[in-house]
Design a protein around this ligand. Structure first.
Ligand code: MN
Length: 292
């Protein structure tokens, strides 16, 4: 097995707000070389690094907006997120939990800090990842997979050195609960100081990690501090991480879809015509209705 080397270790870019509740570093797409094509099938990664929001009785967030053509995966490390959609679905993503939302053919939704959390104030720390769908699946019906922390697959590192929480894909025979349309692996590596863990993915699969907390040494030589994004080359299968202190990293790897991408705001399709169609379908109520 060959070592997968690091291509680039990317510091967090300047923040911007999505609505008034998500203070994010946008890594994908935009930070060189993280185009939608480079990290295919991962087409967007917004990272709200740990940030304190003071108490408010008007929960912060982002109002009604549509999505079509892909999946949104929200991973909450700190804080709680509430969501509502145009088909009457709603829910809360709690600390340590994940919501895997298949927008596919389209819906309207809104995402806010959960009311009680907003009222109390506190640290907010989360990732939103968009996973593209192949052309054949873009018009599938929307669905949700709420994945609580206790439902994730758990691999315990030897010597009580930490845990790999498997959300999707598998790690050393431990499977994650998320069902995906194409091969995708997503996991949290929670390592004690000094612990190591190795990961193995097919070399053509686009692979990266985001340091959520702590600090890592990659393949024994490359330093990755907190909030840094590590892009791996497609030159081997295996990489090793070592925790310089107690650390958490989000590991992502997926088989590229290799299809043309036509993206405009909340729509990610294959052609411009399909983007125009999406605007028209929103106008005509095909995404349902949701009050702000
Ligand atoms: Mn959204």
């Amino acid at each position: 097995m060959k070592t997968r080397t690091t291509e680039k270790i990317i510091p967090p870019p300047p923040v911007h707000f999505v609505g008034d509740g998500f203070r994010v570093h946008n890594f994908i797409p935009g930070v060189h070389p993280l185009t939608m094509e480079r990290m295919d099938p991962f087409i967007l990664l917004d990272y709200n690094s740990k940030y304190y929001f003071p108490p408010t009785d008007r929960p912060r967030g982002v109002g009604v907006h549509p999505h079509r053509g892909f999946e949104t995966v929200s991973i909450a490390y700190r804080g709680r997120i509430a969501h509502h959609d145009s088909f009457g679905n709603s829910g809360v993503i709690g600390e340590g939990d994940v919501q895997w939302m298949t927008a596919a053919s389209g819906l309207l939704h809104k995402e806010y800090h959960e009311k009680e959390f907003a009222g109390r104030g506190g640290d907010f720390h989360m990732v939103q990842l968009w996973v593209n769908l192949p052309a054949k699946k873009k018009m599938s019906p929307p669905k949700y997979q709420p994945i609580t922390n206790d439902q994730m697959g758990r691999y315990h590192l030897p010597g009580n050195n930490g845990t790999i929480e498997v959300i999707a894909g598998s790690y050393k025979g431990i499977h994650g609960p998320a069902s995906t349309f194409t091969p995708v692996s997503l996991m949290n590596a929670r390592l004690k100081a000094g612990a190591t863990a190795d990961f193995e993915f097919i070399s053509s699969y686009n692979t990266a990690l985001l340091v959520i907390e702590g600090s890592l040494l990659i393949n024994g030589s490359d330093k990755a501090p907190a909030d840094h994004f590590v892009l791996f080359s497609n030159d081997g299968e295996q990489f090793v991480i070592e925790a310089a202190e107690d650390s958490t990293a989000l590991i992502l790897s997926g088989e590229p879809i290799y299809e043309p991408i036509a993206a405009h705001g909340p729509f990610v399709m294959n052609t411009r015509t399909e983007i125009y169609q999406a605007f028209e379908d929103v106008e005509n109520g095909k995404f349902g209705w949701l009050e702000d």
